[in-house]
Design a protein around this ligand. Structure first.
Ligand SMILES: Nc1nc2c(c(=O)[nH]1)N[C@H]1C(S)=C(S)[C@@H](COP(=O)(O)O)O[C@H]1N2
Ligand SMILES: [Mo]
Length: 242
């Protein structure tokens, strides 16, 4: 976990939002570090009164994903080593290989991808397995109320209520724009929570733990809303077009 002080370095006066640690991927390759974080904060600060597209319009490379990580690296793992665990309040804990996951019924979603800081990528395709399918496979116990998601970056976490996680637009995604989820985008498998801001979509997903109450995730401990509905949370009022 990054210290509050490190997060404070990139905090801005934008409501109670904090800006995200990020890795910029440019012509020079992967740039890791605080200079990039500061650049993003500086680019956004003058337009805090503008809602919606106005913010993203001022960022170079609009309509492109920013590549985020809260650690000093972009983890990568071959599919042969990948495992997804489903543990906690379940009848049958699971440890799924990549091939086992790909062998399960798949779901395709095409939605706008929206980061709470303002950038949005239109009509992105994701393929994967419904979290509800994984839960049914594991058998959720009656005391269960929520899920906690862990990343193999060793730091990032996320949460959903059981009802949110069972929605038909919440998947463990292994497909992205017709190909695999690349490691920079959180492959081999990441969480994709279509109706919520991007921070819910935990990259490098390693574990799903069924728990009896919501455990706020990484950015939620730093001020973001736990219920991250696009257009209805975090003080933003712009809804996606899809
Ligand atoms: N493990 C991990 N997952 C993460 C993040 C992160 O820093 N680490 N950033 C989140 C945020 S704020 C967004 S907007 C999306 C960005 O996805 P991308 O890096 O594939 O563009 O990933 C989310 N999942
Ligand atoms: Mo984000």
């Amino acid at each position: 976990m990054r210290s509050p002080r490190a997060t404070g370095e990139v905090a801005t006066p934008v409501g109670r939002r904090v800006f995200l640690g990020m890795v910029g991927l440019g012509a020079a390759g992967v740039v890791v570090g605080s200079s990039v974080q500061r650049w993003v904060a500086a680019a956004l600060r003058p337009v805090t009164s503008v809602s919606g597209g106005g913010v993203s319009a001022l960022i170079p490379g609009e309509d492109r994903f920013r590549i985020y990580t809260v650690t000093d690296s972009l983890p990568s793992m071959p599919t042969s080593q990948y495992r997804l665990s489903v543990t906690g309040l379940v009848e049958r804990p699971l440890e799924l290989s990549f091939d086992q996951l790909k062998g399960m019924p798949s779901t395709t979603l095409v939605r706008d991808f929206q980061c709470v800081t303002g950038w949005r990528v239109a009509k992105v395709r994701w393929d994967g397995v419904l979290i509800s399918t994984l839960l049914d496979e594991a058998g959720v116990l009656p005391s269960a109320r929520a899920l906690r998601f862990d990343s193999f970056d060793g730091v990032y976490t996320e949460s959903l209520t059981l009802d949110q996680a069972r929605r038909p637009d919440v998947i463990a995604a292994y497909g992205f724009e017709g190909g695999p989820v690349t490691s920079q985008h959180g492959g081999p498998v990441r969480l994709y929570v279509a109706p919520m801001y991007g921070y819910k979509s935990c990259k490098w997903l390693s574990g799903i733990r069924v728990v009896d109450r919501v455990e706020p995730g990484y950015w939620e401990q730093n001020g973001y809303d736990i219920d991250a509905w696009v257009g209805r949370s975090n003080g933003r009022d712009d809804a996606p077009t899809s």
